[in-house]
Design a protein around this ligand. Sequence first.
Ligand code: ADP
Ligand code: MG
Length: 265
Amino acid sequence: MSTLVIEGLRASVAGREILTGVDLEVAAGEVHAVMGPNGSGKSTLAHVIAGRSGYEVLGGSVRLDGAELLGMPSWRRAEAGLFLAMQYPTEVPGVSLLDMLTESVCTPEGAAVAEQMRAEAGRIGLDEQFLQRPVNVDLSGGERKRNEALQLGVLKPAFAVMDELDSGLDVDALRLVAGRIEEATEHDGLGVLAITHYSRVFAHLRPDAVHVFAGGRVQESGGPELADELEADGYERWTAALPAPQEEATPFTDPFGDPFADLLA
Ligand code: ADP
Ligand code: MG
């Protein structure tokens, strides 16, 4: 039985420590919700698990079936069975979704991939024209999210990190997309780390565990009822004791100032 184990994960970006010791364990077939306020480091967690560049890992480990993912390039992590559905899926001009998935699946039966893609598109209500179009280029937020779900359906990863899957999806699309992922957990044993700050997605993708994420780590874990509590009361109980988030200094240039003032000073 496969398991994703995150232990003592610490990471910084632009010289600031964002992840301050994350501990999480997700078994195959389980859905774990990670819920936290804006800026708490949820997307950073997703990016560090997937191996996005620009993040410095300061300590800890991320293991998929015992194999250490940290240090592997992203494509090796994907090969090991990891999938990331991004909060803001990236545009890839010049590469169609069909080409991308045909290369990713890496089998000689390209036609079978196209067939699978059409079947998956039908299940989540994505128009087939998107299979031929460049990945995410000029797509709405909701279409991008369906695109991510389609990729998951075809690639059949062991584990998926879904970052704000619900953002951009209307209620009907959310039902289809979240329902498709729920089905993958039941039939293919997919393990899911579902990052979100709203609990509406959990009407269709039922969590086995809910983790409150604040200040760069898990502050409390519980059952699905914790998501309802958060929806009702907010995050203040967990954020009140934390140091105020550091604002990044934005250099200010007065557009009406004297452009030569520096030279004369
Ligand atoms: P969340 O997803 O919980 O809203 P993020 O992980 O996106 O939070 O961001 C956590 C903090 O890290 C924020 O203060 C954000 O500004 C900062 N941060 C994230 N990525 C970068 C980056 N590439 N450069 C500088 N700061 C970053
Ligand atoms: Mg985020």
